[in-house]
Design a protein around this ligand. Structure first.
Ligand code: SAJ
Length: 441
């Protein structure tokens, strides 16, 4: 089949779609294309997940507006089917790959999941099919890993017997469907015609811009947009440390800096967590690890952001001197406000650092079942409290009750949530990250 034929099958929705990896990216993608009338077969390793989907249920945790209903309707209409068997993808004209692409302790990309998906796909790939990698990958992955595996294991020639592209996902937990529809995408094709064909496909589900490019550009765009954010946050964190040393208030500094056009300074904070921001800078930096490109800013930013939980420990030690046998109340375990997602959470790092120094972390988080409950009960007997996640609930803390529960009336605020006047009124000593200013008289 030629790309011209494929474009016809896209426009009349007769193209058979397959999605490899039915996680928090692949499953919403599969459901959205099924809703648009495509016959979609999703494949996943986990039989339990496949069974749940085939019952029309969503295996995805957390609040995902619209997703459960969408899955139920496309499964019941027969448009979406899940399987563990790659043989069922034999007729697929378009295959989207949405498997995990983590980095290891040395920050090197681990591609086991991607490679095994590619090998399993190669065994059944139909001539003329279009393969699109949606996972976030290190720039150069399509050229140096994906294309060689597919060509060697199928005997096909890329851009002739099959077509290949990269269209990085831009989802966010809690907004999976909304982001897939509302956020722009880059369709990075192996050839211009492949990119145009991808663009036609994605414009069916994406209401925002879909731009065509080559695949290296698409790979660089996705890793760069998250690296950009990490570097910006690191800059804010470094200014916070400077302000602490100089007796200033970084939050006031930030507010005034932003009045200068084009100075969109981000927020300093107790650390940078999540699935994307801590990982993607390493994917970008790894792309030139073998070549002598002096990549210095990106690793430096990662070092600054990763050191913020340790800085929170330093602020605690300034209040308590020794840490052994102390009990520290940690407010917020999720990496992001009003989320239950604790992947790479700074609070995890803080808890470990405290334990290593003989202190006991007592964790509260209203969004995580095992840490939910009455804050004041948890605070009883704790030496002090540290606010790590800006959950809305913490904006309305009963500071008076907190003071009554804590041994030392001290709260260390890593997210600029607590109002200093309110703290002063109840005799709570507020230590705000980045702020050692004498404060307003
Ligand atoms: N953080 C700061 N200071 C800031 C912003 C964030 O310390 O000014 C911290 C947060 O507390 C969190 C971490 O950084 O621990 C990440 O926060 P985030 O707001 O970047 O949220 P994420 O991790 O969900 O990032 C995702 C990314 N989206 C995708 O990869 C598709 C990112 O590109 C988006 O900019 C971000 O969502 C968003 O808010 O849209």
């Amino acid at each position: 089949m030629t790309l011209k034929n494929l474009r016809k099958k896209i426009s009349d929705r007769s193209a058979q779609l397959a999605v490899i990896g039915l996680g928090y990216v692949g499953l919403p993608v599969a459901a959205l294309f099924a809703e648009k009338g495509f016959q979609v077969t999703g494949v996943d390793l986990k039989q339990q997940r496949v069974d749940l989907i085939n019952q029309g249920k969503s295996p995805i945790e957390g609040k995902e507006p619209g997703l459960a209903g969408l899955i139920a309707s496309v499964v019941n209409s027969g448009k979406l089917k899940a399987t563990t068997d790659y043989q069922e993808l034999r007729e697929a004209d378009i295959i989207l790959i949405d498997v995990e692409t983590p980095v290891n302790e040395q920050y090197v990309p681990e591609y086991e999941a991607l490679k095994s998906a590619l090998s399993a796909l190669s065994a059944i790939l139909k001539q003329g099919a279009l393969v699109i990698v949606e996972s976030t990958v290190m720039p150069g992955t399509l050229e140096n890993i994906v294309r060689p595996i597919l060509e060697e294991e199928t005997g096909f020639v890329c851009n002739y017997d099959f077509f290949l592209g990269n269209c990085p996902e831009r989802v966010m937990p809690g907004k999976l469907l909304r982001n897939l529809k509302k956020m722009s995408r880059v369709a990075g094709g192996g050839t211009l015609e492949t990119a145009e064909t991808m663009l036609m496909l994605y414009r069916i589900v994406v209401e925002a811009d879909v731009d065509s490019a080559d695949w290296i550009t698409a790979e660089i765009v996705k890793t760069t947009e998250n690296t950009y954010r990490d570097v910006q946050i690191a800059f804010a964190n470094e200014v916070a440390l400077i302000c602490e040393a100089l007796g200033a208030d970084v939050w006031k500094v930030r507010e005034l800096v932003r009045k200068s056009p084009g100075r969109e300074m981000l927020f300093p904070g107790a650390g940078v967590g999540g699935h994307c921001i801590p990982k993607d800078p390493w994917l970008l930096a790894s792309a030139v690890r073998e070549i002598d490109v002096p990549v210095r800013l990106i690793p430096a930013a990662r070092t600054i952001n990763s050191s913020m939980p340790q800085h929170m420990v330093d602020l605690i030690k300034q209040q308590l001197n020794a840490l052994d046998n102390k009990k520290i109340l940690i407010l917020g375990y999720a990496y992001l406000q009003d989320s239950d997602d604790d992947r790479n959470s700074p609070s995890q790092v803080l808890a470990k650092l405290l334990q290593e120094q003989g202190a006991a972390p007592i964790i509260h988080d209203p969004f995580i079942k095992q840490f939910a409950g009455d804050i004041h009960k948890k605070a009883l007997g704790c030496d002090l409290a540290v606010l790590m996640t800006a959950h809305t609930e913490y904006h309305h803390l009963d500071l008076n009750k907190l003071v009554g529960a804590l041994k030392a009336s001290v709260l260390i605020d890593g997210r600029n949530v607590i109002d200093s006047a309110a703290a002063g009124q109840v005799g709570l000593k507020l230590i705000r990250l980045g702020d050692t200013s004498p404060g307003e008289d």
